[in-house]
Every structure is written in C-alpha cells, then in structure tokens.
Design a binder for this molecule. Structure first.
Ligand SMILES: [Zn+2]
Length: 301
C-alpha cells in the first residue's frame, strides 16, 4: 500500500515535488493557559484554594516567555497561523526564517490577562525590544456581567492590550456553553453574539481580525458545530493536548492545543516548545494551488 501510494505520487508529480511533499510537515505547539495566579500573594495561595488545576503561576509563565523571547521564537497570532500555515494565502515573511513558531493562548478572559500578563509582556518588550502578542479567547457575557472587572478583564482593559498590539482577541463563544448540547437557535446565538458583542466591546472598526477565530468551550465540538462555526469564523481551536502538525492538519476547525496545568514546570513547557519546527527557505507544495504558484512558498523541515 505504501509503495503503491508512493508510485502514485511519482506519477502525478515529479520526483522533486514528491520529495517536498514528504518533508513538508511542520510542528507548531499551541499552548492553552487559563487563569494566571501569583503564589506570592495571599489570595492566590493554598490557604484559599486546595487545587490549582488549570491555574498557572505568573513566575513560571515569566520564565517560559522570557525563554521564547531569548531563543527567537515566532509567537504566532491566530491570523498568522491562518494566513501562513493553514490557508497559505501568503508566503511566510523572510524575517521569520530560522525561527520556531509557537502560539500562546489564554482562555476565559480572567482579569489576570490585564493584571499579570500585560505587565509581563511590557517588561519583555522593554528588555528585548520585541512585542510578543498573545491570544485571548473571551466570552463577552462574562465581560458584560462584570463591568468593574472583579473577576474578568473589562472591555477597557482588553482595548488597552489590543492598542499596544500585545493582545490578539478572539471568541470563546458568547457564554461558555457546551456547543454540542445546544439546539440550532442557541448554537447560532453562542456563535454570532459571541462574535458581535466581543467586537462591540472592543470598538471594532473592521480594521483588525477581532473575534474571527473561535475556541470551543470545554473542548466540546462536533461536525455540526464546526460546520455552523465556519459561517462566522475562519478557524476553530480544540483543547485536546495534541501538537499541530501542518501537512497532516486538513481541517481548519479542529486545531489542536496543548493544555497547560499548574503542575507543569517552565522547563517542561520549554521542552514542548523546542519540538516546534525551524522554518527553512525553499519551495512548499500546496495541494490546492498549481505548481507554478508553489515556487513562491517556503518549505518547512
Ligand atoms: Zn474556557
């Protein structure tokens, strides 16, 4: 079967293209964080809580992102991933050659995205002169029902990080419901209001890709949800502890993410990040484009 497939490839394409197809796969670890806590602060320590679960300590996060900045990783936005790796409508910009692509995502819009993550990103910018943009998956209902920002980041806080190009703000559905359990009308509301209300909270003027990508709450999705999501969103993110492998990934609405929990050390996260492929120049085969166009794309090893 393997030999038959190989011969078929050779018949359809020439030898050089066949080689490129088989060396095309690129690994992109997408990390999924939730709330960021600070164990130096009383309210966040074990006296208040016995299990931290998906919370992650800010000191550990600082170590990890410092490592990414020092080692010249390319921290992708959702649009970067979509444009250069999924849809491949544009070639990877040459300044990203020899970099390793990763993505950092933070779900649920806790106020720590403003109180803890934003200061870290600004500090990093001052230290290395680099902007590191992180992805936030937000439920606008939470933002709306907590206007003072006691638990969740406010619209104003989100706009601040957005204006500084440190936040890439995307949708987590309207109210964090399990999408597979909803009827057609409810599903429509979660997807559409999740997009529209988030955009209005951020004074969206159509100039940036805000709420154009979706992360399914509770990693709960199926083909019905994905089909409906595709009417409003350009891609959909899971939460399934797998690494994205371009070349194998054919479905834009099932992008895998690696869950980060409290017990993972920064060193473990660094090790996962190091599995990202280094981007090299060359040609890249594109299954939906003619071979003439393939010349302008980059090849990944
Ligand atoms: Zn969530």
């Amino acid at each position: 079967m393997v030999i038959f497939t190989a011969v078929l490839w050779l018949v359809v394409f020439d030898l050089e293209t066949w080689f490129i197809v088989n060396s095309e796969s690129v690994n992109i670890p997408i990390f999924g964080f939730h709330n960021i806590i600070d164990l130096r602060e009383y309210n966040d320590r074990a006296a208040k809580k016995s299990i931290y679960g998906l919370d992650y300590d800010v000191q550990n996060l600082a170590q990890f992102i410092d490592y990414l900045a020092r080692h010249n990783y390319w921290v992708l936005t959702t649009e970067d991933l979509y444009t250069y790796f999924l849809n491949r409508s544009r070639p990877v910009p040459p300044q990203h050659l020899n970099q390793k692509p990763v993505m950092l995502t933070f779900d649920d819009g806790y106020k720590s995205v403003y109180t803890r993550i934003l200061p870290l990103l600004k500090e990093l910018e001052n230290r290395y002169g680099k902007k590191l943009e992180v992805v936030l998956f937000i439920n606008p209902k939470q933002t709306r029902e907590d206007p003072k920002g006691d638990r969740y980041a406010t619209c104003e806080q989100l706009r601040e990080g957005l204006a500084q190009n440190l936040y890439d703000i995307q949708s987590h559905g309207y109210s964090h419901r399990r999408l597979t359990e909803l009827n057609s009308q409810e599903l429509e509301w979660e997807l559409l209001a999740g997009q529209e209300q988030l955009r209005s909270c951020l004074n969206y003027g159509g100039d940036r890709a805000i709420a154009s990508h979706l992360a399914y709450a509770y990693n709960d999705s199926n083909s019905t949800v994905e089909k409906r999501a595709s009417q409003y969103y350009r891609s959909g993110y899971l939460y399934n502890h797998q690494m994205l492998k371009i070349g194998w990934q054919k479905d834009f609405y099932r992008i895998p993410r690696i869950r980060v929990d409290f017990n993972q050390t920064p060193e473990q996260l660094m090790q996962i990040a190091s599995f990202a492929s280094t981007l090299k120049s060359g040609r890249m085969f594109h299954p939906f484009q003619s071979r003439v166009n393939a010349n302008i794309f980059l090849n990944f090893f």
